[in-house]
Design a protein around this ligand. Structure first.
Ligand code: 86X
Length: 518
């Protein structure tokens, strides 16, 4: 005992989160990630190290999504990360707006390359020339390939771990179909899987919808999206996108087959592309975590349960001590047997209190304490990370009840986040209510006219009304509102020819969700 006391004295005190989420969100986010052991800063701006604490979450997402896209007939492949300038620029229109973000390799050692080589910011131009080569007959369709890779976009906006990084991990799926109907069906199937990643795995609610013409991927026909909400900042965030590309790319890259019905007629294939990135982890962290540290939903937590021996003092007999350690080992084995991800922390050079703080920081969903009193009563104490609520469970029921408790945590985390999101989506029908609602950290739905100029106007007016001299960046509340999506689930209340768009007075067509956004 005296030995471990001494060791304790040498250990640096565990410093918890010192920036409150409500008062200094940027510092809070930084502390949560580093002290929660998810992330390490790096000396290239906009690049971060994903430690096992976050990478394991990505692996869970990969496993879930990968299984489901394979059920849809998608296969994984890997294409090179380098793109020749000739190929990248082949597709001028698509690349034009993005050109400033493309990173180039210009040298090998001290020698200049003959031609600079781009690093993929996305893989359309890398993949589609080979789609043209591989797709020769309608029998080669559908072609459905996905890759799990990283891409590089050299952005100059303020970087943020997970949300905006210069290199990020994602999956990009690219499929080719004979018919428009088949392509469109897949767009929505994938969007549902994206919603599933958020709602089922990360316990984060999203709104499914379609991007406006202004916000869609310009290279495609239409873009569907899942939109999230960061309650702490009141900003919307694009969660993932599933695009119906139509025939734009297939015409450009000459991806065509002969019509199986009409002899000899050439048909350009119908394409989709869809992507989900490690941004999801940032959204999850911002949604659930608190001033004690990370709060990770059980479905993706690397460790779902930690079992800690408690109440051992100098007065505890060897016999009781041994019985407690054996109990902890047994509980752990039973939970492992029940299929849970569980660890026992039997280190004797850390106090239980120190361990509690550590697992709170790391966001382990459930803690089990086992001490002399529990031994006597044949029970364990459980403590939920999300609510802090304590409860007792009979030792004999641990293997059956703990999985249920984890399911409860998962669904209650989702329901709390959903209630928060729902209460911050405000329907506005008078312009005068728009900016005040925005300033109260809401997203806004308006009966909208669908006109591009009106959308530009809304952005300008919602920015300007917040006079002041802050820059229109990241931290500035004066940033204008963008359209986030036209939700698939439309509220009632638009009467054709009667209901007016509150921003411009034209006839409203459908409800559109606007907000400040990431
Ligand atoms: C748009 C479109 C699409 C496959 C997805 O959203 C899902 C997965 N791709 C990506 N996009 C670009 O096309 C793009 C192109 C260049 Cl050259 C760039 F530097 C940045 C880009 N960013 C987004």
């Amino acid at each position: 005992m005296s030995k471990s006391k001494k060791e304790d004295a040498k250990k640096p005190a565990l410093i918890g989160i010192t920036a409150p989420k409500e008062e200094d969100f940027p510092s809070w986010y930084q502390q949560i990630l580093t002290k929660g052991d998810m992330l390490e800063y790096y000396d290239v701006s906009g690049c971060y190290i994903m430690k096992p604490g976050s990478y394991s979450i990505w692996e869970k997402i990969q496993a879930w999504f990968d299984t489901r896209i394979k059920d849809l007939g998608v296969q994984n492949a890997y294409f090179p990360m380098f793109v020749s300038s000739k190929v990248l620029e082949k597709e001028k229109d698509h690349v034009e707006g993005f050109a400033p973000e493309v990173a180039w390799v210009t040298k090998a050692g001290n020698t200049d390359l003959e031609e600079p080589i781009a690093i993929r910011p996305t893989s359309e131009t890398v993949m589609y020339p080979y789609y043209a080569k591989w797709i020769r007959s309608h029998r080669d369709l559908p072609l459905k390939l996905n890759q799990w890779n990283s891409v590089v976009r050299w952005e100059f906006k303020h970087p943020q771990p997970f949300l905006r990084t210069r290199e990020f991990l994602w999956q990009e799926g690219h499929t080719a179909h004979l018919t428009r109907e088949e392509a469109e069906e897949e767009v929505l199937q994938i969007l549902d899987l994206y919603a599933g990643v958020y709602e089922k795995l990360l316990a984060v609610p999203v709104v499914r919808g379609r991007k406006t013409e202004k916000e869609k991927f310009a290279g495609g026909l239409f873009t569907t999206t899942v939109e999230g909400y960061i309650a702490a900042t009141g900003r919307g965030i694009q969660g993932a996108t599933s695009h119906c590309l139509g025939q734009n790319f297939s015409k450009m890259f000459n991806i065509a087959v002969e019509d199986p019905k009409n002899d000899g007629e050439k048909i350009n294939v119908w394409q989709n592309s869809w992507g989900l990135s490690t941004r999801v982890i940032g959204v999850m962290v911002m949604t659930h975590s608190d001033n004690k540290g990370l709060v990770i939903p059980p479905a993706v937590a690397q460790t779902q349960v930690v079992v800690i021996p408690c109440g051992i003092t100098v007065k505890t007999t060897e016999e009781v001590k041994e019985a407690i350690i054996n109990g902890v080992t047994d509980i752990t084995a039973q939970l492992k047997q029940a299929g849970l991800r569980v660890i026992a922390d039997t280190r004797d050079n850390y106090s239980p209190g120190w361990k509690y703080s550590e697992y709170e920081l790391k966001g382990v969903p459930l803690r089990i304490d086992f001490g002399p009193m529990d031994l006597k009563k044949g029970q364990v104490m459980i403590v939920r990370r999300d609510t802090g609520k304590k409860d007792f469970i009979p030792l004999a029921d641990v293997a059956t009840q703990i999985p249920t408790v984890l399911d409860t945590i998962q669904s209650e985390m989702y329901l709390r986040a959903k209630a928060d999101f729902d209460s911050h989506v405000i329907k506005v029908t008078e312009w005068e209510d728009f900016v005040p609602a925005l300033n109260n950290k809401n997203l806004i739905q308006i009966p909208w006219c669908g006109v591009l100029e009106c959308e530009d106007d809304i952005k300008d007016r919602s920015a300007r009304q917040n006079l002041g001299d802050e820059p229109a960046d990241e931290r500035a509340p004066s940033m204008g509102a963008k359209s986030l999506c036209i939700p698939f689930e439309q509220p009632e209340g638009i009467i054709k020819g009667e209901t007016k768009c509150p921003a411009c007075g034209r006839d409203a067509i459908e409800w559109c969700m606007f907000g400040r956004s990431y």
